[in-house]
Structure formats: structure tokens, C-alpha cells
Design a protein around this ligand. Structure first.
Ligand SMILES: Cc1cc2nc3c(=O)[nH]c(=O)nc-3n(C[C@H](O)[C@H](O)[C@H](O)COP(=O)(O)O)c2cc1C
Length: 277
């Protein structure tokens, strides 16, 4: 089979899962490409027998630019697909966000996989959760999922594979699904502070503009942040000169009220014995 494993990954967690799965497909003799979102062509969705689509969870859903891209795809009738994500403890509807547009375009989505990923979101109440994830065990699970996926497809049995996460293929109604449904980009922009640029520290290297997933950063010649910024704070986590910052103030408390440890244990996806720190 020709297999394209397509992924958006901001801080590398989802990319690790994508590569682990792609290696399994390659070792099994399939012509496999792992394709990052910035190198993606719409034909990458139609030129393969099997497509995997992965993205991190942002605000209990898939990042909006990924969702928009998927909803704009051409017909995918006859394609087989799977979805995957990495998240903290409140993934909400992220997998279904990836699967739904593919299904609506006519693809048969056979399964979904979720792994934990270290949280680099710089808001103080979340930063550093799930250190070193995905770890070797997580990646072994991703590989096992990829093997089971190949077995399922070669068996010729139609419908979802047994090892799929059920929340990949149908809309859930849990707490974090509701949070994900509420948090559109406009609300996030309203609640979360805009990054600020320190022009004395900035060397105009262009790192932030190149990395910004929504192309919201222009260098004129110092960075100017457009209204389309959806507060992923990539510019802050990666600026080599530490020239960008945010005053969290009450927004740290707001994030904590939704994503505190107790809620994530009771209402989120934390597994028995799994530690946040
Ligand atoms: C802007 C932002 C929002 C996030 N929101 C959530 C969330 O709502 N729920 C969750 O479980 N994890 C959340 N996370 C954690 C990421 O999903 C997790 O760190 C993921 O593994 C990052 O993947 P990447 O390294 O491929 O970008 C968020 C991270 C960022 C940067």
C-alpha cells in the first residue's frame, strides 16, 4: 500500500508518534511517507491507499487551522484513513475533530489513537505536565496500534478496528468535549493574553514568523502580531532571544479552573496510576 502519515506538530510530540507509526508501515513493506503540515499538498490525501492524520490537542479540540484545512479537502471517497493525536489530560473532541471531516468527505476512518504529550503551553498552571511524554511505552503503543491497523486492513473486514479509541469515531458528551465545543478562536483570543514583543531583545531573526502556524506574525522589521493569532504561544516557547512574553494574570486562574488536576482525573483522560508531573 501507499501510506501517507500526515501530521501537524508544534513541539514534536505528535511528530514522534507519526514517525513511530510510519516506521512500522515501512518495516512491513509499505511505501510510506511521513509528511509535516508545512510541506503538505492536498494531493497527499488522494494519492495514497491509506492516510493517517495527526495533530496535538489545543483547547480540548484539534487546532483550528488543521480543522479548516481538512474541511477544505476535495472528496475522499474510497480512501481509508486513521487519526491520531497527543494531548494532556483533557483531549475532549480532538480525535473526532480530525475524523469527522475525513468521514464527511467520504473516507472510511477505521480507527484513532491518542498518546500523552509533554505540555509546553507556557501558562504557569500547565507548563511541564507529563514530562518526557510520549515515552518509550507510549511509542510502543503507537507501534502496536499501527500493526493492528495493518492487520485490520489486510483482513478485509470493514468498519472500525477493535483497538481504536471509541471517541475517534463518534462525538462524545463529556466535560472536555463541551469545553472544546465552547472554545472557538474568538473566545480564546478574548480570554487569553496576546504575546508582547520586546524590541530591544528581538534580533529580527524571523523564527517566530516562520513557526507561527496561522501566519499571524509579520516582521516590519520587528514582529507585529495580527488579529488571527489564536494564542498557541509557540512564539514564546521557542523565541531564541526570549523576546516575547505574556502577562498571564487572571488567565492563569481561568485555565486552572478548567484544567486543574482534580478535573483531569475525574473528567478527563488520565489513566489509572498515570502521573501529571
Ligand atoms: C495552545 C495549547 C493548548 C493546549 N490545550 C490542551 C487541552 O485543551 N487539553 C490537553 O489535554 N492538552 C492541551 N495541550 C497540550 C498539548 O496537546 C500537548 O502538549 C501535545 O502533546 C503537543 O503536541 P505537539 O508537540 O505535537 O505540538 C495544549 C497545548 C498548547 C500548546
Amino acid at each position: 500500500m501507499d501510506i501517507n502519515v500526515i501530521y501537524f506538530s508544534q513541539t514534536g510530540n505528535t511528530r514522534k508518534v507519526a514517525k513511530a507509526m510510519a516506521d512500522v508501515f515501512k518495516k512491513a513493506g509499505h511505501d510510506t511517507r511521513a509528511i509535516g503540515f508545512n510541506k503538505l499538498q492536498p494531493t497527499d490525501f488522494t494519492d495514497a491507499d491509506l492516510i493517517g492524520v495527526g495533530a496535538p490537542c489545543f483547547e480540548s479540540q484539534a487546532p483550528s487551522h488543521v480543522r479548516e484545512y481538512l474541511w477544505d479537502l476535495p472528496e475522499l471517497t474510497g480512501e481509508k484513513a486513521f487519526v491520531f493525536s497527543t494531548s494532556g489530560g483533557g483531549p475532549g473532541k480532538v480525535l473526532y475533530d480530525l475524523a469527522k471531516p475525513l468521514m464527511k468527505k467520504g473516507a472510511e476512518v477505521v480507527g484513532g489513537f491518542l498518546s500523552r504529550g509533554t505540555c509546553y503551553y507556557p501558562v504557569p498552571c500547565l507548563k511541564g505536565r507529563f514530562p518526557e511524554r510520549p515515552d518509550a511505552q507510549d511509542l510502543a503503543k503507537a507501534e502496536a496500534f499501527a500493526s493492528a491497523l495493518l492487520d485490520h486492513i489486510s483482513s478485509g473486514i470493514s468498519g472500525p478496528m477493535p483497538k481504536s479509541r471509541p471517541d475517534a469515531l463518534k462525538h462524545g458528551a463529556g466535560f472536555y468535549n463541551i469545553v472544546g465545543a465552547m472554545m472557538n478562536d474568538s473566545l480564546v483570543r478574548l480570554l487569553m493574553p496576546k504575546p508582547k514583543v520586546d524590541n530591544d531583545k528581538c534580533t529580527e531573526c524571523g523564527w517566530c514568523a516562520a513557526e507561527c502556524p496561522t501566519n499571524s506574525m509579520s516582521l516590519i522589521p520587528k514582529p507585529i502580531i495580527a488579529k488571527t493569532c489564536f494564542r498557541c504561544y509557540r512564539c514564546i516557547t521557542g523565541c531564541p532571544e526570549e523576546a516575547l512574553s505574556v502577562k498571564w494574570g487572571i488567565s492563569n486562574f481561568m485555565v486552572w479552573t478548567l484544567y486543574n488536576q482534580t478535573f483531569e482525573y475525574w473528567l478527563g483522560d488520565i489513566q489509572k496510576g498515570e502521573r501529571l508531573y
